[in-house]
Design a protein around this ligand. Structure first.
Ligand SMILES: C[S@@+](CC[C@H](N)C(=O)[O-])C[C@H]1O[C@@H](n2cnc3c(N)ncnc32)[C@H](O)[C@@H]1O
Length: 256
């Protein structure tokens, strides 16, 4: 799979160089690439052959609608996170992706640390967060979101103090019957790849969270790694499985 970097002619050379260094990608040459990370004057976009560019925009109508009319702390994600009981929990979103779910949690008052290992998803998300911090309407929400480029399993094993709650939303194979509007996301997922190590991440997360781990799954999917949840919340197409910590009291988390 070929992916390269391009930029508008007005973008400073130093900015392009930073993107080359953080993603490990090369600038576009004459060759045809399947994917292109494009730096425009205003934002970073992922261009995929024959599709609309993909970028992170927390001011877009979908994010705005969910922020203003999404059901507040009654919505499944918030209930799974335990936001009703705890006013300002510290949540680790261990599979940040493009940050949609983390933005919802931060909107509802959680301080969210977002972990993302894909350099491409991380670059798109970092760019969206940078712009969000300059938007008066959502700057306070964005200030509650801290993005880290790391594998979550590695990061969680060394980080102290232990977090209240850890959220996992690993990639799930799509059926291929998904509507046309979701084609961009399917292509994006093909680029990022599968999260075959997600059940190991769930085990690590359960050892380290002090209150809970919550996992998003397709409604009818098997439980992640066959691990039985304490309880589940079911929506039309999605399910949240909520797990209790396996090591709730030990503050010294020496992981083998
Ligand atoms: C389905 S997406 C998450 C979507 C996200 N919940 C959202 O609202 O945009 C899964 C993401 O988790 C990331 N990921 C999976 N396993 C990870 C790990 N161990 N550490 C860090 N990131 C991981 C993948 O790279 C991918 O970007």
């Amino acid at each position: 799979m070929l992916i390269a970097i391009s930029a508008d002619s007005s973008v400073p050379r130093a900015k392009i160089q930073r993107l080359i260094e953080t993603t490990g990608l090369s600038p576009c040459g004459d060759e045809q690439t399947d994917y292109r990370l494009h730096l425009s004057d205003t934002r970073l976009e992922l261009h995929m052959h024959g599709m609309q560019p993909l970028y992170v925009d927390f001011t877009a109508s979908k994010a705005r609608h969910r922020r203003l009319h999404g059901g507040g702390k009654g919505q499944m994600l918030a209930r799974a996170a335990g936001l009703r009981k705890h006013q300002k929990p510290e949540v680790i979103d261990a599979t940040a992706g493009l940050g949609c779910d983390a933005f919802v949690l931060a909107t509802l008052g959680a301080n969210v640390t977002l972990l993302e290992r894909s350099p491409i998803a991380h670059a798109l998300l970092a760019d969206g967060l940078r712009r969000a911090r300059n938007e008066p309407e959502i700057a306070t929400i964005a200030s509650r979101m801290r993005l880290i480029h790391s594998d979550a399993d590695d990061w969680l094993r060394v980080e102290q103090p232990r977090p209240d709650a850890i959220y996992l939303d690993p990639m799930f194979p799509t059926s291929g019957k998904t509507a046309q509007v979701k084609k961009e996301m399917q292509c994006f997922h093909a680029l990022i790849g599968r999260d075959d190590d997600a059940s190991r991440l769930l085990e690590t997360a359960r050892r380290l969270a002090t209150r809970r781990v919550f996992v998003k799954r397709p409604r009818h999917a098997e439980a992640l790694g066959g691990q039985t949840a304490a309880f589940s919340l079911r929506g039309k197409s999605t399910r949240f499985d909520v797990y209790l910590p396996t090591n709730p009291s030990a503050l010294d988390s020496s992981i083998p």
